[in-house]
Design a protein around this ligand. Structure first.
Ligand SMILES: Cc1cc2nc3c(=O)[nH]c(=O)nc-3n(C[C@H](O)[C@H](O)[C@H](O)COP(=O)(O)OP(=O)(O)OC[C@H]3O[C@@H](n4cnc5c(N)ncnc54)[C@H](O)[C@@H]3O)c2cc1C
Length: 413
């Protein structure tokens, strides 16, 4: 096999979307992943095109919640005590990033990507003939407790200040639009410019098919190490060494090691593990994705049933999944509907969100253009995949394309 122009490491939604973009620009592309495409976090996410989420992943109240995070194994936010020493420096950075200047930079960076996300997805899905995979029906955030009204109003104002399209929905409006929801719902916020995918895994598969048709080769290999050389990069894998002119690191939560090997930079990448419970017998319960403010999880109608998803668990990359957390999502749903959900045949799942402490991804070109980076999309990797692919395409097309400061590797000293 002739050396490819670009090796993409990681066949998640980010790697696959970028591989297709680069192949369409005329590059010879190889994608390497030890798993079949789309089996990482991109397999089981909540499928929400969450362009309304323009604020950092946590606020200072995370400190107050630390004891509960350690003590309650079923809480929405969980920290495995064995992981505490590894997590603390990341939490410290997260808090530092809540200082006004960093906070503003995060919000501006998220807004730029999110505002471009729907258009980029429309272009990408149209180009592969799969527009129907995305429903542009909006999404709803609901609350049940009277005392949550203030928090919801404040959130709406903050979102409006950031030009996020948002409508306040009364209890009656919700009852009319989603009659299946329980009487307990007091009101909510509707986000008209958002949507959901019918099956995030099928989105990856559709992109893989299109990429293969453009000549992209998919190799089932794990990249173990890498070196930047005079004329490109050399990558050692579990099945031998490969050379290429450029490499794109897009292996989600596993991207830190290879980034260090190739660039010498340590990135504070951690994982926020999340869970889903897929209910295959639940169809037509919801017209669009609905999130509960107090219960802190999302329910998305998909072609394979209703997906309950969410929760954040800090326990690193290696610990086995605690599927009790996925089943907990069913308990959380109880009381939200007039009639309980059918859990017959339900399947639990856990995935690794790739998260940096400033809530922004790295989308960059370093080492004289030989190393490209696209990882760290935290809760928004599906939302931002198409727009990320367009940016990576521009960085490869022209060396003159400026790097956007909020997404550059060098922001981590
Ligand atoms: C419960 C949950 C709900 C979510 N909901 C949403 C949502 O509604 N909307 C949204 O926008 N986002 C959501 N996300 C986040 C989103 O799923 C991720 O941000 C996104 O999938 C990350 O994509 P990725 O391609 O970077 O990583 P991944 O999909 O994890 O892919 C990385 C790939 O790299 C491979 N890899 C790892 N190491 C190596 C190596 N050494 N060599 C080669 N390959 C390697 C892995 O096998 C994997 O296939 C959710 C996540 C979770 C867990």
């Amino acid at each position: 096999m002739a050396d490819p122009d670009i090796v993409v490491v990681g066949a998640g939604i980010i790697g696959v979307a970028c591989a297709l973009q680069l192949a369409r620009q005329g590059q010879r592309v190889v994608v390497m992943d030890p798993q079949p495409p789309g089996m990482g976090a991109s397999y089981g996410n909540a499928g929400h095109l969450a362009s309304e989420q323009v604020f950092p992943i946590a606020d200072a109240s995370i400190l107050k919640r630390l004891p509960a995070m350690l003590l309650d194994p079923m809480g929405p936010l969980r920290l495995d005590w064995r992981y505490l020493p590894r997590a603390l420096p990341w939490f410290a950075r997260l808090l530092l990033n809540l200082r006004p200047a960093s906070y503003q930079r995060t919000v501006a960076g998220l807004r730029t990507l999110n505002e471009g996300s729907l258009g980029a997805w429309q272009r990408l899905l149209h180009s592969i003939g799969h527009e129907a995979l995305l429903r542009e029906d909006g999404s709803l955030l609901v609350f049940e407790q009277a005392e949550s009204r203030g928090a919801l109003d404040a959130l709406r104002q903050r979102m409006q200040q950031q030009q996020v399209p948002v409508d306040a929905w009364s209890r009656d409006t919700i009852r009319h639009a989603v009659p299946q929801l329980s009487e307990r719902i007091q009101g909510g916020l509707f986000f008209p410019a958002t949507g959901h995918f019918l099956d995030p895994y099928r989105v990856v598969c559709a992109l893989v098919t299109a990429a293969k048709a453009c000549g992209v080769q998919f190799l089932q290999r794990k990249v173990l190490d890498g070196r930047v050389q005079a004329h490109g990069v050399s990558l050692s894998t579990d099945l031998g060494t490969l050379h290429a002119s450029q490499v794109l690191i897009a292996c989600g939560a596993h991207s830190a090691k290879l980034t260090h090997a190739l660039t010498g930079k340590k990135v504070p990448l951690d994982t926020e593990r999340g869970y889903h419970l897929m209910l295959p017998h639940e169809h037509n319960r919801l017209p669009f994705a609905v999130t509960s403010l107090e219960r802190k999880f999302i329910m998305t109608p998909m072609e394979g049933g209703l997906r309950l998803a969410g929760t954040v668990e800090f326990a690193g990359l290696e610990r086995p999944a605690n599927m009790a957390r996925a089943w907990q999502l069913h308990r959380l749903s109880q009381g939200l509907f007039r009639q309980d959900l059918n859990v017959q045949g339900a399947t639990p799942w856990m995935g690794l969100r790739p998260s940096l402490p400033d809530s922004l991804p790295i989308i960059d070109r370093v080492c004289d253009g030989k190393v490209l980076l696209a990882f760290g999309h935290q809760h928004l990797g599906l939302t931002q995949a198409a727009v990320t692919a367009e940016r990576i395409g521009q960085l490869v097309l022209s060396r003159d394309t400026p790097i956007d400061a909020p997404y550059c590797l060098s922001r981590f000293k």
